[in-house]
Design a protein. Structure first.
Length: 321
């Protein structure tokens, strides 16, 4: 029987995107892997993306962690990147440790992921030394984000600050606009591109399209947060349509996923580092593109998410790369 995990979300009161994009990433994963997820939220008051409101909101995060631990969630995600970064360099470590302590004190210890820490971690997992990015924030807050990321050892080549002060308006920003906005950003010599350095600014529908246009990994705060939550749960961090980081090639923990197809020879070992891959380096028993493999055991089209997917590679297509 497939395991079910409870995902706790600490959400700014005016955030309308965390509870759509992150569940969408997990739901797409459910199409191809056996684990199931439920989502549970607690909210902190915040309307304007200004430093004073962000600091007041962060103080409320302890209450949210305690409330979510009442529900015995398996992992908590704190989704306000700029709130964490506005509290000082490296603060995501302090926040994660403190909120974890609140869950432990409530008798339900659970790992805590902040979107600020997840973005930094995701970029490091990709090996990115230099990035460019798009932010919805006013310029002073955007510079604060830049300084925070650079303090973590990742250079920021260029950025665009969209200067949207109202958090509801950030959530209403059309992700398709990013397909034009990225052209205003200098991406010369970068290793990865951040399409949205804010969980509230939607970007998931265009992550793959941006990645194809740029020819390099594209992430967002939501993608990185999802990656780290899956990893903290000990699961394969994979979800088609969410960019390179969630391709299934990057594993920070031993994966505990059950077999996608009962009795498939070698499936369990496919979950371990070093298992043979097909020539395109897709992860065996995860999702690969039609171009990657000559044969597959299944195929599925998801018109609503514009994903065309095929399945497991046959043994004759495997390499040890």
């Amino acid at each position: 029987m497939a395991s079910t995990f409870r995902i706790g979300q600490i959400v700014p009161s005016s955030n309308t995107t965390m509870e759509t994009e992150i569940p969408a990433i997990f739901r797409t994963r459910e199409i191809f892997l056996p684990e199931r997820f439920t989502f549970h939220s607690s909210r902190m008051r915040m309307k304007k993306v200004v430093k004073e409101e962000l600091e007041a909101m962060d103080r409320d995060s302890d209450r949210c962690a305690i409330e979510l631990s009442d529900a015995r969630v398996d992992v908590l995600g704190y989704a306000c990147l700029v709130a964490i970064m506005s509290m000082g360099k490296g603060y995501h470590r302090t926040s994660e440790a403190r909120l974890h302590m609140r869950t432990a004190e409530n008798g339900a210890p659970a790992p805590v992921v902040t979107s600020a820490g997840a973005l930094v971690d995701g970029l490091k997992v990709l090996g990115a030394k230099k990035i460019s990015m798009i932010c919805p924030y006013m310029k002073p807050l955007t510079q604060l984000v830049v300084d925070y990321i650079e303090h973590e050892g990742i250079a920021v080549k260029d950025f665009v600050a969209l200067e949207i002060p109202d958090n509801l308006e950030v959530g209403r920003h059309d992700p398709n606009n990013l397909l034009d906005i990225y052209k205003r950003v200098d991406t010369t010599g970068i290793d990865a591109f951040v399409a949205s350095a804010c969980v509230q600014m939607p970007s998931l529908p265009v992550i793959d399209e941006l990645q194809k246009a740029l020819g390099l990994p594209v992430v967002s705060a939501s993608v990185c947060t999802s990656y780290q939550m899956m990893s903290r749960l000990g699961l394969l961090a994979a979800s088609p349509g969410a960019g390179e980081l969630l391709s299934g090639r990057y594993r920070r923990a031993q994966v505990q996923s059950q077999a996608l197809i009962e009795g498939r020879p070698g499936y369990q070992s496919a979950m371990q580092p070093g298992f043979p891959r097909c020539p395109s380096h897709c992860l065996i028993a995860a999702v690969v593109s039609p171009e990657a493999c000559d044969t597959s055991l299944f195929s599925k089209k998801e018109e609503s998410s514009k994903i065309s997917l095929t399945g497991l590679c046959e043994p004759e297509n495997l390499t040890d790369k």
